[in-house]
Design a protein around this ligand. Structure first.
Ligand SMILES: [Zn+2]
Length: 206
């Protein structure tokens, strides 16, 4: 560790830039100074340690979330957050080129605001296809993407399970509702969603 004391300017750079700038930016900011013109650039480790000391827990990543944390905290899937990022035209910083993203709390708030109104299928309040989760192509009906719509219809036919919602509701009403899979299927139908491939197969087996 270099014995060169940290200057006020360097500390201020850490305070202002935490959660926003990359480690390389901090290394430039913490380079040789007028007082110590020949001092080597501070090491990454030295910068992280100093940041922990003056900023407390979190150090340079204070005020940010990784993509994983953001997903856990908000309950939105990674893919949904990435979609919101594209829609909000956000650029996320990383501490190092391959390091995790640092999503600021302001960016996260903006994305949550967008996600709250952005349903893939507005009438059924879905963020993606109920069978595959995809949201790239518009809903074809029953909360299913075009591919899954035709696929589940084909599976229904081959398993001799009704495709029409009314017939399905009648069928499910006669099943034992203490079984968890029956309750899930009933819930799907009540929401107006189509059944997933697995549910159609389960229905055949019940
Ligand atoms: Zn699908």
């Amino acid at each position: 560790m270099s014995g060169r004391p940290w200057t006020k300017e360097e500390d201020r750079a850490l305070l202002d830039g935490a959660g926003v700038f990359s480690i390389n930016w901090f290394r430039k900011k913490a380079g040789p100074t007028d007082t110590y013109p020949t001092a080597p650039n501070r090491s990454r480790g030295a910068i992280y340690r100093r940041a922990e000391r003056i900023l407390g827990k979190g150090g340079l990543t204070r005020g940010t979330s990784t993509l994983l944390q953001a997903s856990v905290d908000t309950g939105y899937a990674r893919e949904q957050i990435l979609r919101a990022q594209r829609a909000c035209n956000q650029k996320w910083k990383r501490l190092s080129p391959r390091g995790p993203y640092l999503i600021t709390f302001e960016q996260l708030d903006e994305m949550i605001g967008w996600l709250l109104q952005d349903y893939w299928c507005k009438t059924l309040r879905l963020y993606g296809c109920v069978n595959c989760g995809d949201s790239d192509r518009p809903s074809r009906g029953k909360g299913l993407c075009p591919r899954c719509y035709f696929k589940t219809r084909r599976v229904s036919r081959s398993f001799r399970v009704p495709w029409c919602r009314g017939a399905l509701i009648n069928l499910v009403q006669e099943l034992d509702e203490t079984r968890a899979e029956v309750r899930v299927i009933r819930d799907h139908l009540e929401r107006g969603w189509g059944l997933t491939e697995d549910q159609i197969k389960a229905l055949k087996a019940i």
